[in-house]
Design a protein around this ligand. Structure first.
Ligand SMILES: Cc1cc2nc3c(=O)[nH]c(=O)nc-3n(C[C@H](O)[C@H](O)[C@H](O)COP(=O)(O)OP(=O)(O)OC[C@H]3O[C@@H](n4cnc5c(N)ncnc54)[C@H](O)[C@@H]3O)c2cc1C
Length: 515
């Protein structure tokens, strides 16, 4: 073969490769749309198309549909999980080759809990989960949405809480009368699961993980506003004094003593925004529980499915572990700090609404830590009771961790006064509240950190410093908020003095040359 023949063949191969690449990228949108429905396992099919920052523009630009719906959600958000089947019922009508009404609307979703989607969710000013938008697909591609933008062709779907309501909303936009076909979500046969005492020891990792994510969410969603700053400061005070992990106590103290610099009142102004994103000063990517956190996995709170348990379970454990560590004199403070924190910073809208209702129904102030710990316990049980029914009918719970009224007899038999109670509701169980409180303080106090203690006794190598930290905190159990603040301020003042002294030293002597 001559040189010129060889080069012609080479050019043809290159051209073929380029054109096949182009075809692949053009088709990537439609392929991802079809991805769900082409799977052989029909039972696990999702009709709504999962998008992320890498394919969002391409898919929306190439879709043949006249309209698009984008759901911004977070995979850990329980309300989003419960909403998913509703969204899917509607998506089944419009998406995929078997769509009942093809080409009308493309239904998509974007997981804002994935780092890769941070900027994308920001562009649409996502303020709560799930948040739904409607508009021409091309306007989503390379577009965005601002709350005050009046002429935008992208609209927030403000009434899509159920499949019926979402479809009604769409019908109003289109002047159509589409209906939902009957769709049954079969309940899984849920095996009974009772967490054993040993498992809570693993939650020491999860309280750190959950604390990190709580602040990460606050930062990512710009939730520090003039009217929410005070409640964040209050909750930080609680963490500084009573978080079971010393690393988280330290990190919280650091945020608190530098609060005005890390979270200035105008922190979300365009000028400061850049600094936040660049991690230069301000909250940036501040790791509130130290460099090792987040680890990226859950121990005690790990679900049997990807999208169950995790953060919301971890947050409950943080709250319970705080409730058993406070002093009597702090009980009302802790109650308001927890209620306000959840109300202002728990991004699951349904959860915070329900929780705040329960907070608001408390009429007398708390005088003892026992009362507050028991209130939190019974409030959690009320949530469990409601979710038991919801999850059973929607099939959205974790089959390995069905909701139960807690603690079951297997965990604390003395907590149950009557031995033949039916555990189908908190009202049906006759509790021995002294025993329940004793159990809570053991479970969320001593036992929660026993894993670390055990390792310590065996002389295991402590690689991350967490073992000593956690044991110390759990044994100390209570450090009043004021004292902890004083310690944090004193250590800060000491640091400042050291800095000042060092700068004085530098100023006094001319800089020494090392070469
Ligand atoms: C403040 C708050 C409010 C929420 N509100 C809602 C809501 O309105 N709707 C919704 O869908 N989801 C809500 N969630 C989420 C929901 O409660 C669960 O966290 C989520 O479904 C994961 O459940 P899980 O099986 O991991 O157990 P979780 O309920 O998260 O519990 C975690 C662990 O705590 C222990 N536990 C269980 N009950 C109690 C109790 N009574 N006292 C002490 N310890 C207990 C158990 O060991 C359990 O494994 C809320 C979460 C929080 C933190």
């Amino acid at each position: 073969m001559s040189m010129s023949e060889a080069s012609v063949i080479l050019i043809v191969i290159v051209l073929l490769l380029i054109s096949s690449n182009e075809a692949a990228s053009i088709q990537s949108g439609s392929r991802s749309i079809l991805r769900a429905v082409s799977s052989e396992n029909k039972a696990q099919v999702d009709y709504a198309v999962d998008l992320n920052s890498t394919n969002f523009d391409a898919v929306l630009r190439n879709t043949p549909a006249a309209h698009a719906i984008v759901e911004f959600f977070a995979h850990w958000c329980p309300a989003c999980r419960n909403y998913k089947p509703q969204y899917e019922k509607v998506a089944r009508l419009f998406n995929g080759p078997d769509a009942v009404h093809p080409g009308i609307a493309l239904m998509t979703r974007v997981d804002c809990a994935l780092k890769i989607n941070n900027k994308l969710c920001d562009k649409f000013s996502v303020s709560h989960y799930p948040m739904l938008f409607w508009g021409p697909p091309s306007k989503f591609a390379s577009g965005g949405w601002e709350p005050k933008e009046e002429k935008s062709e992208i609209h927030v779907i403000d009434d899509g809480r159920t499949a019926e309501r979402l479809l009604n909303w769409i019908n109003k936009q289109l002047g159509s009368s589409y209906g939902l076909d009957d769709e049954k979500f079969e309940n899984e046969h849920l095996p009974s699961n009772i967490s054993d005492l040993g498992q809570i020891a693993r939650a020491v990792y999860d309280v750190e993980e959950a604390t990190f994510f709580a602040f990460e969410i606050i930062r990512e969603h710009k939730m520090i506003k003039p009217h929410t700053r005070a409640s964040l400061i209050k909750f930080l005070q609680l963490l500084v004094a009573h978080h079971p992990s010393k690393r988280c106590r330290k990190g919280s103290a650091e945020v608190l003593v530098n609060f005005d610099e890390l979270c200035p009142p105008d922190m979300w102004s365009p000028a400061k925004q850049e600094a936040v994103n660049d991690d230069k000063g301000m909250l940036g990517n501040f790791q509130i529980c130290g460099k090792e956190v987040p680890r990226g996995y859950w121990m005690f709170c790990r679900g049997s499915k990807n999208d169950t348990r995790g953060f919301s379970c971890g947050l409950w454990v943080v709250l319970h572990s705080l409730s058993v560590r406070i002093e009597d004199g702090e009980s009302q403070f802790a109650f308001t700090a927890v209620c306000d924190f959840i109300n202002n910073f728990f991004i699951c809208e349904e959860c915070r609404e329900h929780f705040y209702q329960m907070c608001s129904s408390v009429t007398a102030p708390f005088n003892t830590s026992r009362d507050f710990a028991l209130w939190l316990w019974s409030t959690h049980n009320k949530v469990n009771e409601r979710l038991m029914k919801e999850e059973a009918s929607e099939g959205t719970g974790d089959p390995k961790f069905p909701k139960i009224i807690w603690p079951p007899k297997q965990l604390c038999s003395s907590c149950h006064l009557s031995s033949n109670q039916r555990e189908n509701g908190v009202g049906q169980i006759d509790w021995n509240l002294n025993e329940v409180y004793k159990f809570l303080t053991g479970y969320y106090g001593e036992t929660l950190a026993s894993l670390y203690k055990e390792k310590d006794r065996l002389g295991d190598e402590v690689t991350d410093g967490a073992i000593a930290d956690l044991v110390a905190s759990t044994n100390a159990v209570v450090v009043p908020v004021g004292a902890a603040l004083a310690i944090a301020l004193a250590s800060c003042a000491f640091g400042a003095l050291a800095c000042y002294w060092r700068s004085q030293q530098k100023n006094r002597k001319p800089r020494r040359s090392w070469n």
